[in-house]
Every structure is written in structure tokens, then in C-alpha cells.
Design a protein around this ligand. Structure first.
Ligand SMILES: Cc1cc2nc3c(=O)[nH]c(=O)nc-3n(C[C@H](O)[C@H](O)[C@H](O)COP(=O)(O)OP(=O)(O)OC[C@H]3O[C@@H](n4cnc5c(N)ncnc54)[C@H](O)[C@@H]3O)c2cc1C
Ligand SMILES: NC(=O)c1ccc[n+]([C@@H]2O[C@H](COP(=O)([O-])OP(=O)(O)OC[C@H]3O[C@@H](n4cnc5c(N)ncnc54)[C@H](O)[C@@H]3O)[C@@H](O)[C@H]2O)c1
Length: 465
């Protein structure tokens, strides 16, 4: 049985912990790999943020004829070379993944990489099912950074057919003619945009009446309206069964107009993710989970077991890479400085959805402010009312702000429109550092006529007392 100073489970954000400050620590990283090729480096790199955004950018370029037509420039999308797109994207990503694995496996003297599924067999004791048989290891400290995996909904017939999740769909051998996207959350919204823009006939199935229900109502309503113009959107549907025939998938639905069947060549399931704490048998280590299987942590990222920390998707409600990375830096510090620990800062956590149009959000939605009885004022600014919006002939985008009417402190910001994830950043900064709306609007120059004038005008529109 080998003993280590530190064992890290998961090669996503967990992989960033051992830097040169750990050179005199004996460290083990345990990872089972991810995606069809069991790649090293976790979700974001291999099957998450990075490839999706590389596909999204490609899809945005493929959408140029639609944009152009509005502006008086007639373009034609001649061909989408799917194998070239796929191989360009994964040619870059796979090399980074295998480089990272090689570094930990061969070049990092104080780090031992164990490849296989790990499960706890005792307090800070793990058994890893490696290709060479089971290996049991123990450690003084353990970090659980094991992430989540795609959920499969309970639809009769689903476990008998081949279907895709975000883990596999970006590596399809061929671009299908049609695809059913089940789920109207982040992944559904981003990948429906990708495939629809590349010419696939997309049918999106949702349980409720809106896409991205977690967004501010105004944003969720707008994206629902705009999605219906881009792909076949079927909401308020319940999937009753699914089967395959010679041509593809047949999904049986129950909806407002009764029973219906949707046929498509491929099926993408995107109905949320489940934490990998079950694979790890964390209870064996005395690590508590919540009813959803998330590892429970305190503000210092400590679990209920002594010497065991957790970070990222396995323990966080956010399931965002920038949050996983922040928590990784907190755990890293706390491992190195046990007498001077720091806490994670989750006060102002932004997110973005890279669909079409793009969406970005930080802080409270209007419905949250209302439900919590918080006093607020709100203001909206359309892209169509700023000079750069005129240039883009944008008629659907807007920024919506919520602020405290007395102090002018921002409570929330929600943007739907071109470059929303970039345009929102000064608002995140203002909220994090307590800059009030008046000072922010008039205390600096705003480059004219650039897109951030959207933010300037939204701030000036706030009816502060
Ligand atoms: C399609 C998609 C798009 C996304 N896009 C964005 C985005 O644009 N922006 C954003 O902020 N976030 C995005 N995310 C979320 C982001 O990818 C995650 O928040 C982030 O990768 C979580 O990192 P992590 O280190 O917690 O876990 P992971 O990166 O998932 O790493 C966990 C690792 O642990 C391994 N593991 C699990 N169980 C075991 C076990 N028992 N034994 C051994 N190894 C194990 C897994 O194989 C994996 O390699 C996206 C996610 C998906 C799926
Ligand atoms: N841009 C980003 O930051 C980004 C992109 C992709 C994913 N992510 C992260 O990954 C997480 C997972 O993404 P996701 O889209 O899978 O989850 P999600 O929670 O965003 O959306 C899941 C969707 O599936 C629906 N659903 C759940 N069960 C269903 C069922 N049985 N039948 C039909 N629909 C059902 C939900 O109502 C919801 O609309 C996100 O929460 C997000 O944190 C982030």
C-alpha cells in the first residue's frame, strides 16, 4: 500500500493544485479519464467549455449570411466541412490533454498518476481500478475534485438505444441531417445553436414553457422567442418513450395538443448532470453529501472528514469552470498554509450562455429580488438604442439592471445580445468592488461608439432616488 502526502481525485481543476510549491510533497493524482477516449484534464478542456466555445464560434461564422442579409450583404453558406471542423478543434484540444497527462505521468518527479476509477475504502484510503489491477493508496490529505457526469432521464426505452450526450456529440463521425435536443438548459441552448447554424434540423424538447428558466424572466422569455425562430422548439412536452428504427430515433411525446412523435437521425440528451460522489463511495471516507449527491463543504472547502477537501462541480451548486478554478486556488492555499486558511468568495458569481444571441448574467434576477422582498429599481437598455447596436441593426438585445434605489449599488445585471459575456464584465467588477451605479456611469470615460455604451446607458436609466 503506497502512502502519499496528498491525493487529488480528478484531473480537471484538481490538476492545477500541484505547482512548484508542492515540489517536496509526495503527490498522487487519480483520474479515470473523460469522454470517448478517456482523456486527461477533465470536463472543461475535453468535453465542456473549450470545445463547445470553439464550435460556437464556428457556428457564429456559419450564421454570417443571416446577419449579412439584414445589412445588405448577400452571402451564401456553401458547405460545412464537419470532419475538418471537428478535427481542427480536437486536434488542438487532444494535444493539450495528452501533453498534460505526459507531464504528470513522466516529467513531474514528485507526482504519481494513477489511471482508473477510484473509490474510498476507508478514511483517506482509496482503491483505484487501474489497467494493471487494483491499487490501494493512503494519504495524509485528500482533495475530491471528481466533477459530475451527464444525467440520463427516466424515459422508457432510452437505455436500449444509442444516444449522445455532450461527452460524445462533438465527435460525431458525420454531421447528421437532423437532431433532437432534449433539455433547454445551458448545454441544450449552446449545442442547439451550434448544430442548427451548421445546417442540422434541430428539434428541441422542453418540459416547461421557457428556455433557460434560471435566467431573469425577461431574458428567458426573449431567448425562448428567438430560439423558436432558429429551430423547432417544442415546449411543455413530456417524453413518454423512445425507440430506434432504421432511419434514426423516434421520440414519443405528450404535449398540449396530445401525443406526437418526433423523428431524427441523432438524439442529444442534455437534462443536467449528477455528481461523481457515488462512484467514489465517499461515505466510506466519512464524507457527507447533500440529497443531490453534492459533497458538503464549508467556506474553506473542507468536507465533514478530517483532512479531506472538495472543490468544483462535485461540491458546488454552480457547475462553472471559473468557480472550480477559484475553489482550487482556495484549497491550494489551505493545503500550503493550514494555519492561515482562506475562504471561497461566492458573493458575485457570473455566468454566460453562448447560444444565439449570447446571454450573460450576474447577481439577482428580478424574480429573486421580488421573492426575497429586497427593495430594488430596474432599468433596461436596448442594443437598438446605442450607436454600435445601430451598426449591427440589432433589434432583440438588451441589458437589464437591478439596483438598490438609495445606495445605487448594483444587485443584478442581465444581458442578452452580441458579446454579452464580454459586455457584462464591468458590471461584475462594479458589484464585486462595491462601485455604485452613479459613480460607475459618470466617473469614467466610455469609449464611443463601442458596445459598453449599452452598460453606460442602462446605468443612467436607473431611477435612483
Ligand atoms: C458541454 C459543457 C460546456 C460547458 N461550458 C462551460 C462554460 O462555457 N463556462 C463554464 O464556466 N463552465 C462550463 N461548463 C462547466 C465546466 O466544464 C465545469 O464546471 C468544470 O469543468 C468542472 O471542473 P471540475 O474540476 O470540478 O470537474 P471535472 O473537470 O469534471 O474533473 C473531474 C475529473 O474527475 C474524474 N473522476 C470522476 N470520478 C472519478 C473517480 N471515481 N475516480 C477517478 N477519477 C474520477 C473525471 O473523469 C474527471 O476527469 C461546461 C460543461 C459542459 C459539460
Ligand atoms: N456556458 C456555460 O457556463 C455552461 C455551458 C454548458 C454547461 N454548463 C454547466 O453545466 C451544467 C449542466 O448543463 P445542462 O444543460 O445539462 O443542465 P441545466 O441544469 O442547465 O439544464 C437542464 C435542463 O434539462 C431539463 N430537464 C431536466 N430533467 C428533464 C427531463 N427528465 N426531461 C426533459 N427535460 C429535463 C431542465 O428543465 C433544464 O431545462 C449547467 O448547469 C452549467 O452550470 C455551463
Amino acid at each position: 500500500m503506497r502512502h502519499f502526502d496528498l491525493v487529488i481525485i480528478g484531473s480537471g481543476s484538481g490538476n492545477s493544485i500541484p505547482d512548484e510549491r508542492f515540489d517536496d510533497w509526495n503527490v498522487a493524482i487519480v483520474d479515470k479519464g473523460i469522454g470517448p477516449d478517456s482523456a486527461y484534464g477533465g470536463t472543461c478542456l475535453n468535453v465542456g467549455c473549450i470545445p463547445t466555445k470553439m464550435f460556437v464560434h464556428t457556428a457564429d461564422v456559419a450564421g454570417a449570411p443571416v446577419e449579412g442579409e439584414r445589412l445588405g450583404v448577400d452571402l451564401e453558406l456553401q458547405r460545412v466541412r464537419w470532419p475538418d471542423i471537428r478535427d481542427r478543434i480536437f486536434g488542438r484540444i487532444d494535444a493539450i490533454s495528452s501533453g498534460g497527462r505526459h507531464y504528470r505521468m513522466f516529467d513531474n518527479e514528485n507526482v504519481t498518476l494513477f489511471e482508473g476509477v477510484a473509490r474510498f475504502t476507508g478514511q483517506r484510503e482509496l482503491t483505484v481500478d487501474t489497467a494493471h489491477g487494483p491499487e490501494t493508496i493512503t494519504a495524509d490529505r485528500v482533495v475530491i475534485a471528481a466533477g459530475t457526469r451527464p444525467l440520463a432521464p427516466a424515459v422508457p426505452g432510452l437505455d436500449e438505444i444509442d444516444y449522445h450526450t455532450s461527452d460524445s456529440v462533438m465527435r460525431l463521425a458525420e454531421l447528421p441531417s437532423s437532431m433532437i435536443v432534449m433539455g433547454t438548459g445551458f448545454i441544450g441552448a449552446e449545442l442547439a445553436h451550434v448544430f442548427a447554424a451548421l445546417g442540422v434540423q434541430v428539434t428541441m424538447i422542453g418540459r416547461s414553457g421557457r428556455l433557460l428558466r434560471g435566467e431573469d424572466e425577461a431574458v428567458s422569455e426573449r431567448i425562448t422567442e428567438l430560439a423558436a425562430r432558429q429551430w423547432d422548439l417544442r415546449l411543455n412536452r413530456k417524453a413518454t418513450s423512445v425507440e430506434r428504427d432504421a432511419d434514426g430515433v423516434l421520440l414519443h411525446l405528450e404535449g398540449p395538443e396530445g401525443a406526437e412523435v418526433v423523428a431524427a437521425e441523432q438524439l442529444l440528451i442534455a437534462v443536467g448532470r449528477t455528481p461523481n460522489s457515488d462512484l467514489l463511495d465517499v461515505q466510506q471516507a466519512g464524507v457527507t453529501t447533500d440529497p443531490d449527491g453534492k459533497v458538503v463543504v464549508d467556506a474553506q472547502q473542507r468536507t465533514s472528514a478530517d483532512g479531506v477537501w472538495a472543490l468544483g462541480d462535485v461540491s458546488s451548486a454552480y457547475e462553472l469552470k471559473h468557480v472550480a478554478n477559484h475553489e482550487e486556488r482556495v484549497v491550494q492555499h489551505n493545503l500550503l498554509h493550514p494555519d492561515d486558511p482562506v475562504e471561497s468568495d461566492h458573493r458575485v458569481v457570473p455566468h454566460a450562455v453562448f447560444t444565439s444571441p449570447q446571454i450573460a448574467s450576474v447577481g439577482l434576477t428580478e424574480q429573486q429580488a421580488r421573492d426575497r422582498g429586497i427593495e430594488y429599481v430596474t432599468a433596461t437598455q436596448d442594443y437598438g438604442g446605442i450607436a454600435y447596436g445601430w451598426a449591427m441593426e440589432d433589434t432583440t438585445g438588451f441589458a437589464k439592471l437591478l439596483a438598490d434605489p438609495d445606495t445605487g449599488q448594483l444587485l443584478g445585471a442581465h444581458i442578452i445580445g452580441p458579446q454579452a459575456p464580454t459586455v457584462v464584465q464591468p458590471l461584475i467588477q462594479a458589484m464585486q468592488f462595491g462601485l455604485d451605479a452613479r459613480a460607475m456611469a459618470r466617473g469614467q470615460y466610455w469609449i464611443h461608439p463601442a458596445m459598453p455604451e449599452l452598460v453606460e446607458n442602462a446605468l443612467l436609466n436607473l431611477p435612483l432616488r
